[in-house]
Design a protein around this ligand. Structure first.
Ligand SMILES: Nc1ncnc2c1ncn2[C@@H]1O[C@H](COP(=O)(O)OP(=O)(O)OP(=O)(O)O)[C@@H](O)[C@H]1O
Ligand SMILES: [Mg+2]
Length: 512
């Protein structure tokens, strides 16, 4: 057993130290002063706005990128990892938001990839591997079948498998880059329990998140970054959300949720009896011009599925969708766009972005038909159409012709939102509008939605953040197990009422 794990006192030497680490990509200075010191037996939060350099710092530690300058020490020794394999072998594990398991291998095979125990005669000892995997899961307090294929596992389970792999490799440092973005409340709690037990074993953990409630619930220490540089490190017990926001942003942040009342116009969207067997049932609602209707509920309640059906990316069994009184054909997203609908999907990286394309091309992609003269779209027309929207969303890029793949996670999210707003839809459906978006831009996104409603747009907003729903929505529809379990006016919508309706079982259904 490694000595580092024996005791975890506060005074112990740091396991990971970065000082003045630098990294540029061409003209982009992603990291000017990467400075971080993580003690064993500690969960260290790393926070900062979108594009602050957090993921770049992590990738240097992980051996994905090589630094241009500065010091990097692991367990007291200066290191320079040329590959992820080197970083792993040294005892560093990184869990990304989207794990990369092999779908056609079993859970066990994914854990022991490339280092299967052999029986004499060089046969792989599967029994021993499954037993080892089972004992790892038991230690982590999770219930997973090691023999099943990785295909179809939830993101939460895939992350647990990555963590099990890290432990089996005896990683002394575990870095989690926005691991909770795609998890439900219960899954977040399970991940936190696992993280705490690893901390108690004396490992060092780094946790990246845009959610302050998570940072305060899990971590003991926090380092703030801004514009690629270190700002401050402090104990979380000695600081507040406001103080951290001030350090992150370096300026005043606008009020979150600035929804201003707007005159309500005619019905824009009318959904009647929408049903998709086993997914959602008899869903009916209307949205008027100038209105923001919030869809609240637990993750998995069926909100995104309803949105996808209304927009036509998924089909449904029965019911009708009307826009401005005219029926929208089932399963025809192009028709929906022509009729004036836009859907900003939840998983923007997978569903919303052409990562090889430039920022301008991404933003202009849906309005291309309108922009092109004689079918040819010039680069400058793309720039002209996209730059006002990029500016409104504070997309931080030096040039609109930069490939979207090289942007930070949060900035990619903003590009997808900008792309759909550029179509100037009558109805905007936006799924988790501020997920992965930093606190400074969050209020900008809220202001933008409020302005758009003020100009007469009808908006459906799905959000798992209760304060966001309550702050932004004129009306809240609560979805529970595929049904609308309550409809609450802004004035009536309290956290208690929404939570109650979100967890209500079918047989207790009521329409408020
Ligand atoms: N491979 C790359 N090529 C060019 N620029 C890059 C590359 N990777 C990152 N960058 C730039 O480096 C800066 C820092 O990005 P990084 O991903 O580290 O931010 P982040 O703090 O993780 O942000 P977020 O909270 O949005 O995930 C950004 O301006 C980004 O566009
Ligand atoms: Mg990042």
């Amino acid at each position: 057993m490694n000595e580092t794990f024996q005791s975890a006192s506060q005074g112990e030497a740091p396991i990971l130290e970065l000082e003045g680490v630098q990294k540029s990509f061409g003209a982009v200075r992603a990291l000017r002063d990467g400075t971080l010191s993580v003690r064993p037996g500690s969960i260290h939060a790393l926070i900062g706005e979108n594009g602050a350099g957090k993921s770049t710092l992590v990738k240097i530690v992980a051996g994905v990128h090589r630094r241009d300058g500065g010091d990097l020490r692991f367990r007291g020794e200066s290191v320079d990892f040329a590959s992820t394999a080197e970083s792993k072998a040294a005892g560093i594990a990184v869990i990304y938001q989207e794990p990369t398991l092999f779908p056609d291998l079993s859970v066990t095979e994914n854990i022991f990839m490339g280092r299967q125990p052999l029986l004499s005669g060089r046969r792989i000892d599967r029994g021993a591997m499954h037993a080892e995997a089972t004992s790892l899961f038991r230690r982590l307090g999770v219930d997973l079948d090691p023999r099943r294929l990785a295909r179809g596992l939830s993101i939460a389970d895939q992350q647990i498998i990555e963590i099990a792999k890290a432990i089996s490799l005896d990683a002394a440092l575990l870095i989690m880059d926005e691991p909770t973005a795609a998890l439900s409340g219960v899954e977040v709690e399970r991940l936190f329990q696992v993280a705490r037990s690893l901390r108690d074993e004396g490992r060092g953990l780094v946790f990246i998140s845009h959610r302050f409630d998570e940072v305060f619930a899990l971590c003991d220490t926090v380092t703030v970054m801004r514009d690629g540089a270190y700002v401050a490190t402090q104990a979380l017990a000695d600081t507040t959300v406001d103080a951290l926001v001030a350090q992150m942003v370096g300026r005043e942040v606008g009020e979150l949720f600035p929804k201003t009342p707007a005159p309500v116009g005619d019905v824009v969207l009318s959904v009647e009896g929408l049903t998709s067997a086993g997914v959602f049932h008899d869903v009916s609602f209307e949205v008027r011009a100038g209105e923001i209707v919030g869809l609240a509920g637990l993750v998995g309640a069926g909100r995104s599925e309803i949105a996808r059906a209304v927009f036509g990316v998924d089909s449904y069994d029965s019911g009708t969708v009307r826009l401005d009184g005219r029926e929208v054909r089932r399963g025809d997203p192009r028709g929906a766009v022509r009729a004036g609908m836009a859907l900003v999907p939840e998983d923007r990286r997978k569903q919303g972005l052409v990562v090889e394309g430039s920022v301008a091309r991404n933003i202009a992609s849906v309005i291309r038909r309108g922009l092109s003269t004689a079918g040819v779209l010039t680069g400058s027309a793309e720039d002209r159409a996209s730059s006002p929207w990029a500016a409104k969303l504070q997309v931080k890029t030096n040039a609109l012709d930069m490939p979207a793949a090289t942007m930070s996670g949060g900035n990619q999210q903003k590009v997808v939102i900008a792309k759909w707003l550029a179509t100037e839809p009558k109805l905007l459906i936006i799924d988790e509008p501020t997920r992965g978006i930093d606190v400074g831009t969050k209020s900008e996104v809220h202001r933008l939605l409020s302005d758009l409603a003020g100009q007469g747009m009808a908006i459906v907003m799905i959000s798992s953040e209760l304060p966001e729903v309550l702050g932004m929505a004129d009306r809240v529809l609560v979805v529970c197990e595929g049904r609308i379990s309550a409809e609450l006016d802004r004035a009536d919508a309290t956290p208690e009422k929404v939570m109650l309706a979100a967890t209500r079982r079918n047989d207790q259904e009521v329409h408020a």
